[in-house]
Design a protein around this ligand. Structure first.
Ligand code: NAD
Length: 290
C-alpha cells in the first residue's frame, strides 16, 4: 500500500490566496492589517520562523513591525515597550517569540497582551475563549494548522477517534479542544501514558506533537490511519525529521503528512490569516461606532 501524502504546500497555497484577497479588501477600506513581531535574542528557530512570517505577510499585503530586543533587555524596559505596542491602534496582531528569557515574567507579558491581538493564542484569555468555546480569541497557529490540513484533504473528524500525542499548551491541549469542537472523540497521550502505540492502533486519526524523532513507528500504525506529524526534530544525520517514521508510515497508513513539508508549512499562513481576522474585527468595531 502507498499512502496519500498530505502536503502542507497545497493547503498553504489556498490559505495564502484567501489571505491576499481579504487583506486587499481591508486595504480598500483604508486599513492595512499589521503584525508586530516581538523577539528577544537571536535563537535560530525564531529567526527561521520570523523570515517565513515576513515573506508570507509581504505576499499577502500584511505590514510587519519588528521589535527586536537583546537577550538581556531589562524586564521593565521590555514590558514598557510591550504596553505601547498593545495600545498602538495601527497594530492588529502580535507574535511574541517564546520561551522568553527567564528574567521576563510570562504572566506579566500575558497580562499586557490584549485578547484581540493575541494571534497565536498564548494568553490565558485566549485559552479560556478556546476552551469555553466563547470565541473572540485565536487558537494557537500550529493547532489550527492541523485542522486546516484535515479540512483541506476532506478528512472528517466528526465521530472519529483521534489520538493527539503531546499535551503542551502550544499544540496538544488546544488541538484536542479544536477537535472536540468538531465532534471528534479525542484521546490525549503524553510522556506518562502507558502503551501509546496500542491506543493509536485503536484510532482513526493520529496527530503527533511529542518532539521525539521517529517515535511513531510501525507498532503505532494500522492501514485506516490518517497521520499528521507536527514534530520538528533534528535526526541523527542532522536532517529535520518528524515524530513519525515516514518511510514506514507511507507503506502502511491511509494518509500521512511529511516533515518537512507538512503541518509546519501551514502554520505561518494561519498566523497571517489570524492577523487579517484581527484587523477585520477591528474594522467591524469601527463601523459599528460610526
Ligand atoms: P513540548 O515539549 O512542550 O511537549 C511535548 C509533549 O509530548 C509533552 O506533552 C510530552 O508529555 C509529550 N511526549 C513526549 N514524549 C512522549 C512519548 N514518548 N510518548 C507520548 N508523549 C510524549 O513540545 P511542543 O512545543 O508541544 O512541540 C511538540 C513538537 O512539535 C516539537 O517537535 C516542536 O518542534 C513541534 N512544533 C511544530 C510546530 C509547527 O509549526 N509544525 C510548531 C510548534 C511545535
Amino acid at each position: 500500500m502507498t499512502s496519500q501524502i498530505l502536503k502542507g504546500a497545497d493547503v498553504a497555497a489556498k490559505l495564502n490566496e484567501e489571505n491576499r484577497q481579504r487583506a486587499e479588501a481591508l486595504q480598500h477600506m483604508g486599513l492595512t492589517p499589521t503584525l508586530a513581531i516581538i523577539r528577544v535574542g537571536e535563537r535560530e528557530d525564531d529567526l527561521a520562523y520570523e523570515r517565513s512570517a515576513l515573506k508570507r505577510c509581504a505576499n499577502a499585503g500584511v505590514a510587519v513591525k519588528q521589535y527586536i530586543f537583546p537577550a538581556d533587555v531589562p524586564e521593565v524596559e521590555f514590558l514598557s515597550k510591550l504596553r505601547r505596542i498593545a495600545r498602538d491602534r495601527s497594530i492588529h496582531g502580535c507574535l511574541i517569540f517564546r520561551p522568553l528569557p527567564k528574567h521576563i515574567d510570562d504572566a506579566k507579558v500575558c497580562a499586557i497582551l490584549p485578547l484581540e491581538k493575541d494571534v497565536d493564542g498564548i494568553t490565558p484569555a485566549a485559552m479560556s475563549a478556546l476552551y469555553a468555546g466563547t470565541g473572540g480569541g485565536f487558537a494557537p497557529c500550529t493547532a489550527q494548522a492541523c485542522i486546516e490540513m484535515l479540512d483541506h484533504y476532506q478528512i472528517p473528524c466528526a465521530g472519529k477517534r483521534v489520538v493527539v500525542i503531546g499535551r503542551s499548551l502550544v499544540v496538544g491541549k488546544p488541538l484536542a479542544m479544536l477537535l472536540m469542537a468538531r465532534d471528534a472523540t479525542v484521546m490525549v497521550c503524553h510522556s506518562k501514558t502507558p502503551d501509546t502505540a496500542a491506543i493509536c492502533r485503536n484510532a482513526d486519526i493520529v496527530i503527533s506533537a511529542a518532539g521525539r524523532a521517529k517515535m511513531v513507528g510501525m507498532r503505532y500504525m494500522i492501514p485506516r490511519h490518517t497521520v499528521l506529524d507536527v514534530g520538528i526534530n533534528v535526526g541523527e544525520d542532522g536532517q529535520l525529521v518528524g515524530d513519525v517514521d515516514f518511510d514506514a508510515a507511507s507503506q502502511v497508513v491511509h494518509a500521512v503528512s511529511p516533515v518537512p513539508g507538512g503541518v509546519g508549512t501551514v502554520t505561518c499562513s494561519v498566523l497571517v490569516r489570524h492577523v487579517i481576522e484581527a484587523a477585520e474585527r477591528r474594522a467591524a468595531k469601527l463601523l459599528i461606532k460610526k
